[in-house]
Ligand binder design. Sequence first.
Ligand SMILES: [Zn+2]
Length: 269
Amino acid sequence: MDPAHVDNSARRGPIHGSRPAVSGSIPSMTAAAPSPLASLLDLLFPRTCGGCGAGPPGSGGWCPACAESTAGPWSVAVPGAGRVAVAGRYRGPLRRALLAYKERGRRDLAADLAGLLVSPVAVVLPASATRVPGGVRLVPAPSRPAAARARGGDHVLRLCRALEPRLAAAGLPAHTAPLLALARRAGDSVGLDAAARAANLAAALQPAGRGWRTVPPDPPGPGTPVVLVDDVVTTGSTLRACRRVLRGLGCEPVGSVLLADATTRGAVE
Ligand SMILES: [Zn+2]
């Protein structure tokens, strides 16, 4: 059986416990439009869970009920992408939190979302990796420069840096290595079919270059476990393209971890 189709939700029991189940749109999105000042304050000091919109004022982040509802990790079969593990399906609270983090400025969700990646990392790492001096290298799948600017930074890079202390707390030292970049000419892949998306990426993905503020890290030495990190897996074209460029740098990723699995039918609300 394709592991991507294993439904882990049944063994979790009731998802929300005593908390009222929240489904559909986030309550605040259905209410009257907030004032610009209220929107700004909510952005600076989030008062609600990024997944379900619930929570007392000041709670922010990602509530225990949403954490429980992600149901992962599980492995996903992605041809040509090696070992791939995800934290949950691309739907419900996880999808809403990811979109809030990525597109709506909820950077406060980085730590909680990164925490969801600890188990997927354990799924893809060979047992020997825990004994490698210097630990694991986390390589973020890069964003288009224009998209990263519009979002106030590269959201997957930030996720990797937030993942480092979470892995360290689990006994696995890890360091972020932004080895990859997308060329400025990279077009938006929204609306492209799988083949066009893959071609677009293959043409634009490259080793990270030296910028006016950045110096790319040296590729890790032989034997250092490299884990590719991204937010959502859909066709797998990003993972395959990243692996190809990493191989050109002399690194073979042991696997890839992603927050959300959008490869299966019905994964998107
Ligand atoms: Zn929640």
